[in-house]
Design a protein around this ligand. Structure first.
Ligand SMILES: Cc1ncc(COP(=O)(O)O)c(C=O)c1O
Length: 363
């Protein structure tokens, strides 16, 4: 008897078939030929200058306000080194939030306060109550197609967030690697556009081209970028300029818009397939219905924990993540994140059918 294929719902990785392999091969060659003297050498911690300029134009910012690094997660780590070296180490995050950021925050001794996330962004009453008790250094927030919940922050909450950041003097760390992957609806302004002096906005090519080049960047106030650059220099002798140059050539050749369209065409039906399968096999689950990104999430029925479901799921070749990892202050026992981009619609249907069966047997 053949063993059923393992369906992996644990990792938010891009689909392998989404990689623009041929165009990146051309871009890498072009980059080495045109910029070899610079990108085969050590370079500035701010990153490859033509890429900074290209990104600044794309994001309607100044090149001085852009720093390109080796992945966006590492920049968050640099910020923790800079901002959490004092006695005041309180930071706010959404609950749930990106588990790797929680790990980094803990590594730097942050005192993490969780603000519950609603379908349209952070619970503002809870945020205001937390601000009466704490003075955070920053609020780490993923406003677009949040990882892990799939929620997008409303325009009204974005404006309230920047008003609170100004009033209470904290920074907003806006992590936005999924922002370009909108499958329906209208984009809201990013927090940085609303308050450039109060926001460090991160993004990355990990979800647009691939995670391999490790190309992340931050747009923010120049004084902070200078400190981040110093911190980067203390960590690595040079950013990965070969990747910077290759991605620059890819973008300069005008390939990015078509690549983003390709991703949307590939991923939107995968989101739909997951929701259709949930409606059919697990109609009581009330999943989030994101307008883009990589993830949707749901709360398992009362009395059914993700831990129990995970153990049983593993027996039928279904891999699920432990929901508790996304909650910094406890909770998440019944939380389930479903990353849908790296599975085909058929695999998603099979995965959700298996999930429904396991949930029924666990209840
Ligand atoms: C919200 C969020 N931030 C950062 C990252 C990591 O990005 P990078 O590969 O640029 O370090 C991810 C990857 O899954 C993510 O979901």
């Amino acid at each position: 008897m053949s063993v059923p294929e393992t369906i992996i719902f644990t990792r938010g990785v891009p689909a392998t078939e989404s990689f623009p392999t041929e165009d990146m091969a051309i871009a890498a060659q072009e980059a080495i030929r045109a910029h070899g003297d610079t990108i085969l050498q050590y370079g500035s911690a701010f990153g490859f200058q033509p890429l900074r300029e290209w990104l600044a134009k794309w994001h309607d910012a100044d090149a001085e306000n852009v720093l390109c690094s080796n992945g966006s997660l590492q920049i968050i780590e640099f910020i923790c080194t800079l901002l959490l070296q004092t006695n005041s180490r309180t930071v706010f995050v959404e609950a749930p939030t990106y588990d790797r950021t929680i790990t980094i925050l803990r590594k730097y001794g942050a005192e993490i306060v969780s603000i519950p996330l609603q379908s349209d962004g952070p619970d503002m009453a809870a945020l205001e109550a937390a601000l009466r008790k704490h003075r955070p250094r920053f609020f780490y927030i993923i406003p677009d197609f949040q990882n892990p919940a799939g929620a997008t922050c409303s325009g009204e909450k974005r404006r309230q967030l920047v008003a609170l950041a100004r009033e209470h003097g904290f920074l907003l760390l806006e992590d936005s690697p999924y922002r370009e992957l909108r499958y329906r609806g209208e984009a809201q302004p990013c927090l940085r556009e609303l308050a450039p002096e109060k926001v460090m906005q991160f993004s990355s090519f990990s979800k647009l081209i691939g995670p391999g080049p490790r190309l992340g960047y931050v747009i923010g106030p120049q004084n902070l970028l200078k400190e981040i650059a110093r911190e980067a220099e203390n960590n690595y002798i040079t950013p990965g300029l070969l990747a910077h140059g290759s991605v620059y050539e890819f973008c300069r050749a005008g390939k990015l818009p078509a690549q983003i369209e390709k991703l949307k065409k590939l991923y939107a039906p995968r989101l739909e397939a997951t929701l259709t399968a949930l409606d059919e096999y697990l109609p009581e689950s009330e999943p989030t219905r994101p307008d883009g990104g990589f993830f949707l999430s749901l709360t398992l029925p009362e009395g059914v924990t993700t831990m129990d479901v995970r153990a049983r799921a593993a027996e039928v070749n279904l891999q699920l993540a432990d929901g508790r990892g996304f909650f910094a202050d406890g909770g998440g026992e019944r939380f389930l994140r479903l990353p849908f981009c790296a599975l085909t619609p058929q695999q998603l249907q099979v995965g959700v059918a298996r999930l429904a069966d396991v949930v029924r047997r666990t209840a």
